[in-house]
Design a protein around this ligand. Structure first.
Ligand SMILES: Nc1nc2c(ncn2[C@@H]2O[C@H](COP(=O)(O)OP(=O)(O)OP(=O)(O)O)[C@@H](O)[C@H]2O)c(=O)[nH]1
Ligand SMILES: [Mg+2]
Length: 244
């Protein structure tokens, strides 16, 4: 919650039941009953109350997901969320299918699960307002882990650089967050090629790279296990080279 004029944060309500006073009510006045006595049964005096505070505020709703999927449009983010959770976002072979964030719960075992958010695709210039993604980047500001979803068949190194660049331009702190790469659509490539791309991306990003096929449900278990492990341990954010 922000003060519209100064932009100052007034309150940040994170947990259910959190409350904050953002505009203090005025002092109540004293009605005529306060002035009543045995001899003055219907007093005509009363004191007025004081005015309450007034201000314009801006409120932002942020999804609270533990991990967030980010990537270029069409990378397969919604397909991955669908494969891993009961969420059913729209999936289609064209960019900007997802127009609003989706959230799903991914089960690891009977007791353990985490929440995963799918936000609209990011494109170059997103931090300046191009495309849709930037409006939704704030939704991943609360995620503890970023999953870069990269289409293995479409210049993966450039895709990663673009997406990470946009995130860094939006908020440098966000770019330093714990992260890993889901290298998607490997069903469309030869195994040897996938290995080569994965190795290259690993070197380039300094992050763990998980080749997967969200659509064919291939190799998703190691990715889920890694997300769960990283959420669990929450060590220092992985180092990502800033010059990308
Ligand atoms: N072959 C193959 N196709 C995939 C895979 N994952 C996703 N796709 C296809 O890629 C297209 C885009 O998938 P989406 O899940 O809608 O992509 P998205 O990243 O959510 O896209 P936006 O919402 O536009 O940002 C769809 O036609 C999917 O069927 C995969 O692992 N293999
Ligand atoms: Mg989508």
């Amino acid at each position: 919650m922000f003060d519209e004029e100064s932009g100052k944060t007034l309150a940040d309500l994170v947990m259910p039941g959190d409350t904050a006073v953002i505009a203090q009510g005025g002092e109540g006045g004293r009605g005529n009953m306060h002035f009543a006595s045995s001899t003055r049964r219907s007093p005509r005096i009363a004191t007025p109350g004081t005015a309450g505070e007034q201000r314009w505020i801006r409120m932002e709703l942020r999804l609270v997901a533990e991990a967030g999927l980010v990537g270029l449009p069409n990378a397969g983010k919604s397909t991955l969320l669908t494969a891993l959770s009961a969420a059913r976002p729209k999936i289609a072979p064209y960019p900007f299918t997802t127009l609003a964030p989706n959230i799903g719960r991914v089960s690891i075992s009977d007791e353990e699960s985490f929440t995963l958010a799918d936000i609209p695709g990011l494109i170059e210039g997103a931090h300046k307002g191009l495309g849709l993604g930037i409006r939704f980047l704030r939704h991943i500001m609360r995620t503890r882990l970023i999953v870069y979803v990269i289409d293995a068949t479409d210049d993966p190194a450039a895709a990663f650089a673009t997406v990470r660049g946009e995130i860094a331009a939006f908020d440098p702190m966000l770019a330093e967050r714990l992260a890993l790469v889901a290298l998607n659509k490997i069903d469309l490539l030869e195994t040897a090629e996938v290995t080569k791309i994965a190795r290259k991306l690993r070197k380039l990003t300094g992050l763990e790279v998980f080749p997967i096929s969200a659509d064919k449900n291939e190799k998703l278990a190691p990715l889920v296990a890694a997300i769960a492990r990283m959420l669990h341990t929450m060590e220092q954010p992985a180092h990502v080279p800033t010059e990308l």
